[in-house]
Design a protein around this ligand. Structure first.
Ligand SMILES: Nc1nc2c(c(=O)[nH]1)N[C@H]1C(S)=C(S)[C@@H](COP(=O)(O)OP(=O)(O)OC[C@H]3O[C@@H](n4cnc5c(=O)[nH]c(N)nc54)[C@H](O)[C@@H]3O)O[C@H]1N2
Ligand SMILES: Nc1nc2c(c(=O)[nH]1)N[C@H]1C(S)=C(S)[C@@H](COP(=O)(O)OP(=O)(O)OC[C@H]3O[C@@H](n4cnc5c(=O)[nH]c(N)nc54)[C@H](O)[C@@H]3O)O[C@H]1N2
Ligand code: SF4
Ligand SMILES: [Mo]
Length: 716
């Protein structure tokens, strides 16, 4: 019973906001199908009443006249609405035809970010892809958190066993390349970050931020240090060097099951602190002091996000972050970096996949798969490069769901051209956007308020164990389909045409119920909380399952129950980095980094006036001294150029920026023709990913290096 009704027909409904990783609890008042108000739910055990301006826009998503409500098919006379049966039959027919002619790998897929915010997509998209048996699968993972998953797999044995900073008990919080004041946290579900930080500071704790921009998070930090984009590995190696050199390591009980520390120590102790400091731009005495403070703190956690996940040495940097937490004894310790234990345990479940790496490679450039997906930086070339080998066909068809890779992946303009050349493209999306405009068929699912919700993924990465199930706010309109029903409808038709066996499969709600009951707090395990779907349905604010608890070594997924602290791939990458340090290139170009804003969400949510109104915020930010050096004036229009492209944009003087670094938000560039996004078009901006480079990657895993891209800036 997620809702109550009063005499005037006003219902009060409690549910989760699924727009970002903070998963805030909402209180929504409705009369009939009219949304009267959206506020934070004070009784939510995790978010405690916190919300941000995007939550109010849930109403706008629901009511947006541009949002698609019926399948649309491309015809010679433009887009035409068609019925669901006809649409699904048509999609299945085209896909089967292409598979028969060119082979399974000729059909690629791309799953975008909202997939992980929609549990029906999480349960049912993989099942559809299994039916297709294609090895050309892509997702937003490889423009995002790929290094985290790969390291979790290598070090702890499971791709989802990602340590989470225990901010509520932490005394020293070291943050690299994350801006939770704007993003509300990532791989760290941390709603109400501001108040959690205030509490940390009030108990005498400290937050130190490294960022080439004095971000909103740097503003509220106790210390902020500029760092040259893409060089954080040098800073982190500097910290580790000092800790090894001054014998500040304190493994405590981790020593009993941590392998490889000695190999890491040997490689890192040999480095020269002054060289590392010069490379990253943080002074050696500052690195030394932070290392000592971190090691001496009662509890400390190092955390790095997009700025250090999507850069050239992203995996190396993230590895150093893991190592720092380990060698100071802060892994799996209260106030350090701990493991959440979600009610539906996505880590420890019979259907969960620990991961695999490099089992196959992309056809054209040989980039490695991880957990069945190839780096999306390779998608365009896999379409555009003809194949002479029938066993390894070029991609001829693409299914996208909940994504906009034309605006969100490197060298988006190239992908834009590539999509136009496909034999068939199917998109499951709410909008006709920069990517889906290339589709032959768009299948629009119900928007979030018309379906139920459970955070399969974000409860796994949260700073506290909680669980919450949301009933739909509205019944879905007659004939409309949820994402999972679209996948199921298509999968059934494909299987029938391919003569493939298809076992009956539970609904998302049935899967959650099973997961809750058999999970760590579940009724089946006789846990006192006795979780089940029915029980959560009676707790509309969610249930609190307590702080994170120590769980090592039992929870490790390596068979020997040991942590692998020095994966060989990382020791190799370290040598590569050291070689680069020894022969620094004469770099004179400016470095481009990204920027997130509280009122934006990746490439979408720009079609709601409430969020885009007010002063423009899509300018290129540049330090005033750099403007002067380049003969540019504040507010003028400039051309920004990279190896792959060129955009024209207004430049703003900002002393938030480090010298030599410029910042442009991603997800904009809505002036492209053929979309149906009236408000976004009027606030078009330019796409950062028309500048990012599909060959500029993290060499370990092929994750896109979206930060630190060399660019030039000239007056127009
Ligand atoms: N330069 C640069 N590029 C970046 C980043 C950066 O920092 N800098 N960040 C990267 C990151 S972290 C990410 S996650 C990606 C995001 O990139 P993508 O995942 O490719 O794109 P989104 O902007 O999240 O696209 C969301 C799409 O999903 C649709 N949608 C929303 N909800 C639903 C739903 O419930 N079902 C369906 N079927 N569709 C839905 C929306 O209409 C929209 O078209 O961008 C990446 N790109
Ligand atoms: N409002 C809003 N919230 C969001 C999103 C959104 O688009 N808008 N997107 C959601 C998604 S999909 C994600 S993945 C998360 C991302 O969450 P975060 O990672 O917290 O968000 P970003 O704003 O990308 O933060 C990256 C920071 O890294 C800095 N940076 C850039 N290059 C470097 C570098 O080389 N070194 C260092 N040390 N710092 C660097 C940038 O200046 C920026 O402050 O946010 C989520 N929440
Ligand atoms: S912070 Fe994220 S989850 Fe919370 S209200 Fe805003 S968009 Fe929704
Ligand atoms: Mo992301």
């Amino acid at each position: 019973m997620n809702q109550s009704q009063t005499e005037d027909g006003v219902r009060t409904h409690y549910r989760a906001c699924n727009l970002c990783e903070a998963i805030c609890g909402l209180e929504i008042r409705v009369r009939g199908r009219e949304i009267l108000s959206i506020r934070g739910d004070e009784a939510d055990p995790l978010s405690r009443g916190h919300i941000c301006p995007k939550a109010i826009a849930l109403k706008d998503i629901q009511e947006d006249p541009n949002r698609l409500r019926k399948p649309i098919k491309r015809t010679a006379d433009g887009w035409q609405e068609i019925g669901w049966d006809e649409a699904l039959d048509y999609a299945a027919e085209r896909l089967v035809e292409i598979q028969r002619t060119h082979g399974g790998d000729a059909i690629a897929s791309y799953l975008g970010n909202p997939t992980v915010h929609n549990y029906g997509s999480m349960t049912h998209a993989p099942r559809l892809l299994q039916t297709l048996k294609s090895r050309t699968r892509f997702s937003a993972t490889s423009v995002d958190q790929l290094p985290h998953q790969l390291l979790a797999f290598w070090m702890y044995g499971h791709q989802l066993l990602v340590p989470i900073a225990d901010i509520d008990r932490c005394d020293y919080f070291l943050v690299l390349g994350a801006n939770p004041m704007a993003s509300n946290g990532s791989l760290m579900t941390v709603p109400d970050f501001r108040n959690r930080l205030k509490a940390l500071q009030a108990r005498g704790g400290k937050m130190v931020v490294l960022d080439p921009r004095r971000s909103e998070t740097a503003e509220v930090a106790d210390e902020h240090h500029f760092v040259h984009p893409g060089t954080d590995a040098a800073f982190m190696l500097g910290l580790l060097h000092v800790i090894f050199d001054e014998q500040l390591t304190r493994l405590d009980r981790l020593g009993e099951f941590a392998d490889g520390i000695e190999a890491a120590r040997e490689a890192i102790a040999a480095l020269d602190l002054d060289l590392l400091a010069a490379h990253c731009g943080v002074l050696a005495p500052v690195i030394r002091r932070i290392a000592r403070e971190f090691a001496a703190a009662d509890s400390a956690a190092a955390y790095g996000r997009m700025g250090v996940s999507t850069q050239q040495f992203g995996t190396l940097t993230q590895w150093c972050i893991q190592l720092l937490n380990i060698v100071t004894g802060n892994l799996d310790r209260a106030g350090g970096a701990m493991f959440t234990r979600a009610a539906v345990d996505m880590v420890d479940s019979p259907v969960s996949r620990p991961g695999h790496f490099g089992k196959w490679n992309s056809r054209v450039r040989g980039l490695p798969e991880f957990a069945g997906e190839l780096p999306v930086a390779a998608l365009a070339e896999e379409i555009l490069t003809p194949s002479t080998d029938p066993q390894r066909p070029a991609i001829r068809a693409l299914i996208t769901s909940a994504g906009n890779p034309v605006l969100s992946t490197p060298n988006g303009a190239q992908l834009d051209r590539a999509l136009a050349s496909l034999d068939f493209m199917l998109s499951v999306d709410l909008y006709l956007n920069e990517t889906t405009r290339h589709a032959h068929l768009i299948l629009p699912p119900t928007p979030t308020l018309e379906h139920d919700h459970y955070d399969l993924i974000f409860h796994v990465f949260a700073v506290r164990n909680t669980a919450r199930y949301s009933e739909p706010l509205f019944d879905k309109p007659e004939g409309a389909l949820h994402d999972w029903e679209i996948f199921e409808g298509l999968g059934t038709r494909l299987a029938a045409r391919l003569g493939a066996k298809r076992d009956p499969f539970p609904t998302p709600a049935q899967i959650i119920d099973m997961g809750l009951r058999s999970g760590p707090y579940g009724a089946m395990r006789k846990h006192p909380t006795g979780l089940s779907l029915k029980m959560l349905q009676q707790q509309p604010h969610g249930v609190d399952l307590g702080a994170m608890e120590a769980c090592l070594p039992q929870r490790l997924f390596h068979k020997d129950k040991r942590i692998q602290c020095a994966p060989p791939e990382l020791l190799f990458e370290l040598q590569r980095f050291v070689a680069e340090l020894a022969s620094p290139r004469a770099e004179t170009s400016l470095k481009l980094i990204g920027r997130r804003h509280l009122r934006s969400n990746n490439s979408w949510m720009h079609n709601y006036t409430r969020l885009v109104k007010g002063p423009a915020r899509t300018q290129l930010l540049m330090h005033p001294a750099d403007l002067a050096l380049h003969g540019l004036s504040d507010g003028s229009r400039v051309a920004v150029r990279s190896r792959v492209g060129r955009v024209e944009v207004e430049v703003s003087a900002s002393d938030e920026m480090m010298r030599g670094v410029v910042s442009l938000p991603h997800g904009w560039g809505h002036a492209r023709s053929g979309t149906r996004l009236d408000v976004a078009r009027a606030h078009a901006g330019v796409s950062n990913n028309d500048l990012t480079d599909e060959t500029f990657l993290d060499a370990v895993c092929g994750n896109a290096a979206l930060n630190g891209v060399p660019v030039t800036v000239e007056a127009l």
